[in-house]
Ligand binder design. Structure first.
Ligand code: HEC
Length: 158
């Protein structure tokens, strides 16, 4: 942990000049699966032995045609809880802009960034790269799975 802090501090200094790079560019490495972890909140419904409790996998999601009602609800959540740090365009505010995010990232990865940010920052390389670029840890916004899914639907419209 401490070593990581120091490493991040070093990155902080090193990346001061390339701040604008945050979230930009294509991402070949969007991870499909969740990172492993043993200790997660117990009691999450539908315990699946093959994945850490609470982490979303591709099998948990079904994406069909964009559902306008869900996207609308997602937009409302965005306005209240995400807009301060994320634009709907390509520009970074505090975190990366969301334009085209669903073409850069796997849906399950996005869901885990929303619902399990702490685990993602601890275990997922792509999430860690973003932190190194953005220099701010995304706070957990305490969305329900359903709210997160609505936000994902909204993202698909961007
Ligand atoms: C206080 C600022 C802040 C708020 C509020 C915030 N985020 Fe973030 N978000 C970040 C930062 C910073 C990152 C980059 C990862 C990191 O540094 O932790 C990020 C990364 C992300 C990513 C990955 C982006 C990419 O390009 O891969 C997603 C998805 C995301 N946030 C979703 C959300 C959602 C959904 C909400 C609202 C419910 C939200 N964020 C609210 C700061 C914020």
């Amino acid at each position: 942990m401490k070593a990581k802090r120091i490493r991040i501090a070093a990155m902080l200094a090193a990346s001061a000049l390339i701040l604008h790079a945050c979230g930009g560019g294509a991402n070949e490495g969007a991870s499909a699966g969740p990172p492993g972890a043993e200790s997660q909140a117990p009691g999450a419904e539908s315990q699946d032995e093959s994945k850490p409790a609470g982490m979303i996998t591709a099998a948990d999601l079904s994406l069909g045609d964009i559902d306008p009602a869900m996207a609308e609800k997602g937009k409302t959540t965005y306005d209240v809880k995400c807009q301060a740090c994320h634009s709907m365009g390509e520009n970074r505010v505090v975190g990366p802009g969301w334009k085209g995010i669903t073409t850069r990232r796997e849906p399950a990865w996005i869901m885990n960034m929303i619902l399990n940010i702490d685990m993602m920052l601890a275990e997922d390389e792509e999430a860690q790269k973003l932190l190194e670029q953005c220099l701010v840890r995304m706070p957990n916004q305490n969305l329900s799975k359903e709210e997160a899914r609505d936000v994902l639907e909204f993202m698909r419209t961007l």
